[in-house]
Design a protein around this ligand. Structure first.
Ligand SMILES: *Cc1c(COP(=O)(O)O)cnc(C)c1O
Length: 489
C-alpha cells in the first residue's frame, strides 16, 4: 500500500518512506492511499486473539513491505514486561453501558506509550528498508506526555538521538521531573519560554529549514518526528479501538455487531483520528465524542465548522490537551475533501489563524463526531463524583472525557454503550486528582493519593525526586535550532 501527502495526491511513497520521513516535504501529513477493511469474520477472529496478535493483524494491513515475522518481533518487544498489565490495554467496565479503555500501563503511565514503544522499531526498520545511510535525530515538541514517552521509546536505540522541547511552566511537576531526569546516552531535553504551540511551531520551523537540513546531512544526520503527525504513531493506536470492541463483546455486555461509541479526551486529534480509521475499516462504531478542556477550539469546530485558533490559551489541569492547533485534524479534512482543499484550509490557518469548512464537509464531520468541553472545576467534580459513587479513580484527562460523555448522553438521549478512552494513570496528575477528591496532597501527592485510593504508586513514578536532574535548560524559541545543532555536534 502506498501513502501520499494530504496536500498532494500525485506523489506516492511507501510505508517505510512515510514513517522514515514523518512529515511530507510539502508540509502535509502522510495518509494511506486506501483504507483496508476488516470484515465480520476477520473481526470475529480478532476477538479470539490477545492484544499482541490483534496488533500484528491490524498493523500488517497497512505495512505490506514488512513481513509477519518482523511485525511479530516488534509487537513482542513493544508490548512486553515494559507493560504493567497482562492485557496491555484492558477494558474496565464501570457498568453495562460504560467502559474505560485503560491505556496507561506502559513505562510512562500515559497512552502515548501505546505508540511510542512501537515507533522505534517501525522507524529503525523503515530506515533500513529505504537504504538511509544517515543517522536519525528525533525532534519532539511536547505538551507533557509525548516527550517522556518518546524519550523512553528511543533511549539508547542505536543509530538514533532524540531531543525534546517542552513549554516552560506548561507541564505538570511530575511530567517535568520524568523528563529532566531521563536516562540514556542519546537524549536531550530543554524547556522553551512560551506555551505548547510555541514549542510546536519552533520545531516545525526547524523541520522546514532546508539549509539547516543540508548542514545536518553533511554531518551525517537527518531529522524526523515522533509527534503524532508521524503515521507510525497513528497506526499502533488503531489497534486498541478494535481491542476495546472485542473485549466489550467478550465481556458479554455487547452483542457482536452492535455499535459502540467512543469518547476521547483530545488535544492534537491523533488518538480520536486513529479511532476514525478503525471505524472506516469496518469497526461498528456509532459516534466519536471529542472531549476538550477550556481550550475548546475543536468543540467549536465540530459544532460550527469554524476553526479559529485566535483565542486565549488556557493552562489547565489536563495539560496534555492544552492545544490550539490540532495537527492531525488535517488528515481528517483530507479524508473528507481532497488535497487542494486541504492545502487551502491549511494556508488560511497559517495566514489568518482560522478557516471555515463548507456545509458539506461540516455535515460529513457531524455525521460521525460530536463534541463537548468542560472546565477545571467540572473536571475535578467528575473525579470526585465517580470515585465516591463507584470507587473508580480517573486522571484529569479521562475525567474531561467522562464529563463530556455524561453531558452528551443527557443532551442527545443517545444511550449507546460507550467507551471512555482513559489516557493517563491518575498518579501522573496526583495533585489535581486529589483536589478532585477534596483532599490536599501536600508535599507528597503520590503517597497521599495511594493512601486515599488504596492503589499502589506505579513503579515508573516512584522516587522521581531522588533521581539526578540532567537537563535544567530553558531556551527562547529563537534558540531552538542552535540547540539542536549543538546536540548533533
Ligand atoms: C496526548 C494526550 C491526550 C491527547 O491526545 P491527542 O492524540 O493529542 O488528541 C490526552 N490525554 C493524555 C493523558 C495525553 O497524554
Amino acid at each position: 500500500m502506498n501513502y501520499f501527502s494530504t496536500r498532494n495526491e500525485t506523489k506516492k511513497y511507501t510505508a517505510a518512506q512515510a514513517i522514515a520521513m514523518g512529515l511530507a516535504p510539502d508540509g502535509g501529513l502522510f495518509v494511506p492511499e486506501t483504507i483496508p477493511s476488516v470484515d465480520e469474520s476477520a473481526l470475529r477472529a480478532l476477538c479470539g486473539m490477545d492484544y499482541r496478535a490483534r496488533a500484528v493483524e491490524l498493523m500488517g494491513l497497512y505495512l505490506e513491505e514488512f513481513s509477519r515475522e518482523e511485525l511479530e518481533g516488534f509487537v513482542r518487544r513493544a508490548y512486553a514486561e515494559n507493560y504493567d498489565h497482562p492485557e496491555i490495554a484492558p477494558l474496565h467496565l464501570l457498568d453495562d453501558a460504560t467502559g474505560f479503555l485503560e491505556l496507561w500501563y506502559g513505562p510512562t503511565c500515559a497512552f502515548k506509550d501505546m505508540a511510542l514503544q512501537m515507533l522505534p522499531y517501525l522507524l529503525t526498520a523503515s530506515l533500513k528498508k529505504t537504504g538511509e545511510k544517515r543517522q536519525v535525530c528525533i525532534l519532539v515538541a511536547t505538551s507533557g506526555d509525548t516527550g517522556k514517552a518518546a524519550l523512553e521509546g528511543f533511549k539508547d536505540v542505536p543509530g538514533t538521538r532524540i531531543f525534546v522541547f517542552y513549554p516552560d511552566g506548561g507541564v505538570s511537576a511530575i511530567q517535568r521531573l520524568q523528563m529532566v531526569t531521563q536516562a540514556g546516552e542519546n537524549v536531550g531535553v530543554c524547556a522553551v519560554r512560551g506555551n505548547f504551540d510555541d514549542a510546536q511551531t519552533g520545531v516545525k520551523v526547524i523541520f522546514g529549514d532546508s539549509q539547516f537540513a543540508a548542514r545536518l546531512t553533511e554531518k551525517g544526520w537527518f531529522l524526523s518526528s515522533a509527534n503524532s503527525i508521524n503515521w507510525g504513531r497513528l497506526l499502533p493506536q488503531i489497534v486498541y479501538y478494535f481491542s476495546a470492541y472485542c473485549d466489550y463483546v467478550n465481556s458479554g455486555k455487547l452483542n457482536f455487531g452492535d455499535r459502540l461509541n467512543f469518547c476521547v479526551p483530545t488535544g492534537n486529534f491523533g488518538n480520536i483520528l486513529a479511532g476514525w480509521f478503525a471505524k472506516q475499516m469496518g469497526l461498528p462504531v456509532g459516534r466519536f465524542i471529542c472531549a476538550s478542556n477550556a481550550n475548546n477550539v475543536l468543540t467549536e469546530f465540530i459544532q460550527t465548522g469554524v476553526y479559529d485558533k485566535n483565542r486565549p490559551f488556557h493552562n489547565t489541569i489536563s495539560p496534555s490537551m492544552d492545544i490550539l492547533v490540532s495537527s492531525n485534524l488535517e488528515r481528517l479534512l483530507y479524508m473528507l475533501t481532497d488535497d487542494k482543499t486541504t492545502a487551502a484550509y491549511m494556508a488560511r490557518l497559517a495566514k489568518d489563524g482560522r478557516y471555515t469548512v463548507d456545509a458539506e464537509v461540516l455535515s460529513a464531520l457531524q455525521s460521525t463526531f460530536s463534541a463537548g468541553f468542560c472546565d477545571d472545576d467540572e473536571t475535578r467534580g467528575m473525579i470526585g463524583r465517580v470515585f465516591a459513587e463507584t470507587g473508580y479513580l480517573m486522571d484529569t484527562h479521562t475525567a474531561v472525557a467522562c464529563k463530556v460523555l455524561s453531558d452528551y448522553r443527557a443532551q442527545s438521549g443517545d444511550q449507546t454503550p460507550a467507551v471512555v478512552v482513559s489516557t493517563a494513570s491518575p498518579f501522573k496528575f496526583a495533585a489535581d486528582v486529589l483536589a478532585g477528591l477534596g483532599a490536599d496532597g501536600g508535599a507528597e501527592p503520590l503517597a497521599a493519593l495511594s493512601e486515599k485510593s488504596g492503589m499502589p504508586i506505579p513503579a515508573p513514578l516512584q522516587n522521581l525526586e531522588e533521581r539526578p536532574v540532567r537537563f535544567d535548560g530553558v531556551a527562547e524559541k529563537s534558540e531552538m535550532e542552535r540547540l539542536v545543532d549543538q546536540f548533533l555536534s
